[in-house]
Design a protein around this ligand. Structure first.
Ligand SMILES: Cc1ncc(COP(=O)(O)O)c(C=O)c1O
Length: 337
């Protein structure tokens, strides 16, 4: 099967597995795992933040800032399409008590004016805006740097914290040539994932100030995320940061080729095509389309009523050519068969 479901299905490569085997380890809850320490120092270099912390997952990297800067009676302004709203089981609300306030957006990208309109301060009977969340990339789309900068400027004017869900920030960075450090400067904290396009089996990183990370460590412990000899997994992260960033460009080229083929059909309407993701609609039921492709050995998913095709380390040049051929030769009758 050719797997276009998600970049979370990527497998550790041989080189990554070797690095994991060789990793030096210690008890990370006591801050004594040298490989975890090295990965955190690398993340600080990349993001330009004072300190970094390994967290179990992207969800944890999103939740902890809401535990620290949000809380009961506090609001986070975010796009309706954001991962914290759609795909995290309401954790920021149920576990941190923070109320997500949905700012109108275009496919997940908020305009600074719309963000500002939703900010409000103290009133005895209202929850209070505490933070703003941006997501880059969001559904594969890249936030314009100027928009992020303006959102941060507005946030500071109102004394608000900015959290950046940068699960796929490296996809944005290799595509635009803008450094992760420059993107990270538009937020007070940033989380990014090692376990998606970068191909690691687990982990995300949370980066911010010393003071924030000190508190983040306590939150991670509360959530059961204090782990011991994690150097084995951290070694995969180091390997990925050293070897897997530049190749994300290949994923973007594969996505562009597939998107072009889809656009040439009479049955797919490509709505989003950016970095490593394509979202498309069709007059045919999406379940029928997905099944027709599955029968030809290709997997992809439905997300928010659209077909979603994701390119990643799982997808070779040959897989892309094969996908393009299948799209071009697909008979629409097969969607209803
Ligand atoms: C934008 C974004 N943020 C956060 C996450 C959560 O990551 P994890 O699955 O590692 O918890 C995902 C997962 O796909 C994501 O796409």
């Amino acid at each position: 099967m050719k797997d276009f479901r998600s970049d979370t299905f990527t497998q550790p490569t041989e080189g990554m597995r070797r690095a994991m085997y060789m990793a030096e380890t210690g008890d990370d809850v006591y801050g004594e795992d040298p490989t975890a320490q090295k990965l955190q120092r690398m993340a600080e270099e990349i993001t330009g933040k004072e300190e970094s912390l390994i967290v179990s997952s992207g969800c944890m990297g999103n939740l902890i800032p809401h535990m620290i800067k949000g809380g009961r009676g506090k609001e986070v302004l975010c796009a309706p399409e954001s991962h914290i709203v759609r795909h995290e089981i309401g954790a920021v609300a149920s576990l941190s008590g923070t109320l997500p306030v949905l700012v109108p957006s275009k496919d997940g990208i908020m305009e600074p004016d719309d963000v500002e309109k939703n900010i409000h301060g103290y009133a005895y009977d209202m929850s209070q805006t505490a933070m703003i969340e941006t997501e880059n990339t969001t559904s594969g789309l890249i936030y314009p740097l100027e928009t992020l900068r303006e959102i941060k400027r507005i946030a500071k004017e109102h004394g608000l914290w900015v959290h950046l869900d940068g699960a796929r920030i490296f996809n944005a960075s290799v595509e635009t040539g803008i450094s992760v450090r420059d993107y990270a400067a538009t937020s007070d904290d940033i989380t990014f994932c090692l376990s998606k396009g970068l191909g690691c089996p687990a982990f995300s990183i949370l980066s911010s100030s010393h003071e924030f990370i000190r508190e983040a460590k306590r939150c991670r412990k509360i959530l059961g995320g204090g782990m011991r000899q994690i150097g084995i997994l951290a070694a995969a992260g180091i390997y990925a940061l050293e070897n897997s960033i530049a190749r994300l460009k290949d994923d973007h080229e594969h996505r562009a080729a597939i998107s072009e083929a889809l656009s040439g059909t009479g049955w797919a309407d490509v709505r989003i095509s950016s970095t490593n993701m394509i979202f498309f609609t069709s007059l045919y039921p999406m379940a029928g389309i997905i099944e027709a492709f599955r029968k030809k050995g290709v997997l992809f998913l439905e997300d928010a009523g659209m077909g979603r095709i994701v390119t990643s380390l799982n997808v070779t040049d040959e897989d892309t050519d094969e996908m393009v051929r299948i799209i071009k030769e697909m008979d629409e009758k097969e969607f209803t068969a």
